[in-house]
Design a protein around this ligand. Structure first.
Ligand SMILES: O=C1C[C@@](O)(C(=O)O)C[C@@H](O)[C@@H]1O
Length: 226
């Protein structure tokens, strides 16, 4: 069974699967950032942890560190689907739009692995109409539509929360967060408006995005606001 995003899933984001034992107390799953690991497939195949895994192999053009061939990047993700503990896969919305990840999505569906279509803006926060367009499109193309923007003002974070609320109220499965210092609180608050995934590093020095809380803190904040 793929990871079920019907209720909030707290994900420990890491480049190192050995973090799983430390994450177990607070996290529901691990996000394995394959693009940040030296030999990700070997690490995955050797995994004997308890938490289910969401695999991500983020390209440089989407803010990650995979700078090789893009088809190969998606092929590595497809190989990762064969590992039993892998219950969800993150696929860039751009790769779904271009058709490059059509086969990967079909392979995930065959294996009952949930698909998260993700879009990131590392420069700023587009207006609400564009946020709605992007997130709706991500929802159409996958089991979860995910949108991470960079907030500079309260107005940016409000726009993101409004769109989160609107789509979640319409019954879509969304995950949203604002990166950057001004956006940090959205990581705790967006779940109140229907966001179903939160990302946090076990060790605050190992954050995978700007403005993340550490895992224990995010777990407490989300639980307190529930
Ligand atoms: O896409 C996301 C969300 C994220 O960028 C964040 O802002 O928490 C962290 C990444 O590890 C993950 O792949």
């Amino acid at each position: 069974m793929g990871l079920d995003f019907d209720s909030f899933v707290l994900v420990a984001a890491t480049a190192n699967l050995s973090d799983e034992s430390a994450a177990r107390e607070h996290a529901d799953a691990v996000e394995f950032r394959m693009d940040l690991a030296a030999d990700p497939l070997a690490e995955l195949r050797a995994y004997d942890g308890e938490l289910p895994i969401l695999v991500t192999n983020r390209a440089v053009w989407e803010g990650g560190e995979w700078d090789g061939d893009d088809d190969e990047r998606l092929a590595v993700l497809e190989d990762a689907l064969a590992v039993d503990a892998v219950e969800a896969v993150d696929v860039e919305l751009e790769s779904l739009r271009s058709g490059a990840a059509t086969e990967l999505r079909a392979a995930a569906r065959d294996r009952d692995v949930s698909v998260v279509a993700s879009a990131h803006d590392f420069e700023g926060t587009p207006d609400e109409i564009e946020l709605l367009d992007t997130l709706s499109d991500a929802c159409e193309r996958a089991d979860v539509g995910k949108l991470a923007v960079t907030a500079e003002t309260r107005a940016d974070t409000l726009a993101l929360l409004a769109v989160t609320h609107r789509l979640a109220s319409d019954g879509r499965t969304v995950a949203t967060m604002a990166m950057g210092e001004a956006g940090s609180h959205t990581r705790a608050v967006a779940p109140v408006y229907g966001s179903t995934i939160g990302y946090a590093p076990v060790d605050p020095d190992e954050a995978t995005a700007p403005g993340q809380y550490d895992l224990e803190t995010l777990s407490r904040l989300v639980a307190d606001l529930e």
